[in-house]
Design a protein around this ligand. Structure first.
Ligand code: HEC
Length: 204
């Protein structure tokens, strides 16, 4: 092999190596843009949770009354979230600005950030139904995940369980005290931010 050939071979190898390492770097970095259809389907999951829970709550309130409806919230909310999580390879949950279920409803760091942003946007006059947030981030193990949150605002029908003392009937207050001794999710008024539906999904 003459000098010229060797020079060409080395250059070729160098370019090849650069290309391979370049591809590896591009794959491990989180994507800067995200497929709109993925955001759309994630929005759908959040909507599904709110829709299913809203229906259950409404039915329970009208047939069995608010005291019995507490059990619906206690059992159905986590059950629906679990079922949606499994069906969509996602982590689906509800978090609160103030929390009733201390095991499930406490926001983590990015969820807190989303809630703070939602409060500001509500104050600026954005409609709660339109307020959402998403970001692509490292999941802590070198892989990317989509983090999505949708605002939940207080409606009149929420007050019987999340309003102030005069909104909550005595037997209901008693039931809440027993089931949730560390309940902080009262004292809300209509239109305030109650929390968010949060969805975390691994990205390919
Ligand atoms: C019948 C009483 C009742 C009504 C009415 C009610 N909730 Fe709740 N809410 C609960 C209970 C009980 C929990 C705790 C559920 C659990 O254990 O996961 C809860 C939890 C939540 C959470 C999860 C965060 C946390 O604090 O644990 C959100 C968000 C929430 N409610 C929003 C609402 C909204 C919005 C409405 C009105 C559309 C509403 N709730 C109406 C009883 C009620």
């Amino acid at each position: 092999m003459n000098f010229f050939q060797k020079f060409i071979d080395n250059r070729f190898l160098g370019v090849l190596l650069l290309t391979v390492t370049g591809m590896a770097a591009a794959q491990s970095a989180p994507p800067s843009t995200i497929d709109a259809s993925l955001v759309q389907s994630t929005r759908g999951i959040a909507g599904e949770l709110l829709g299913q829970l809203g229906q259950k709550l409404k039915a329970a309130m009208s047939t069995d009354g608010p005291v019995a409806a507490v059990s619906v919230c206690k059992e159905s909310a986590p059950a629906i979230a679990r079922q949606l999580s499994i069906a969509n390879d996602a982590k689906v949950n509800r978090v609160g600005t103030r929390v009733r279920n201390q095991n499930m409803g406490v926001p983590n760091a990015w969820q807190k950030e989303a809630l703070t942003q939602f409060e500001a946007r509500l104050l600026q006059g954005e409609k709660a139904a339109d307020i959402e947030y998403w970001q692509v981030a490292d999941n802590g193990h070198g892989k990317s995940e989509l983090r999505y949150a949708k605002a939940i605002a207080v409606q009149p029908q929420c007050l019987s369980c999340h309003g102030s003392a005069q909104d909550i009937a005595a037997p209901l207050a008693e039931k809440l005290r027993i089931e949730y001794p560390n309940d902080q999710a009262t004292g809300y008024s209509v239109g305030q931010l109650r929390g968010a539906v949060v969805v975390t999904r691994p990205l390919p």
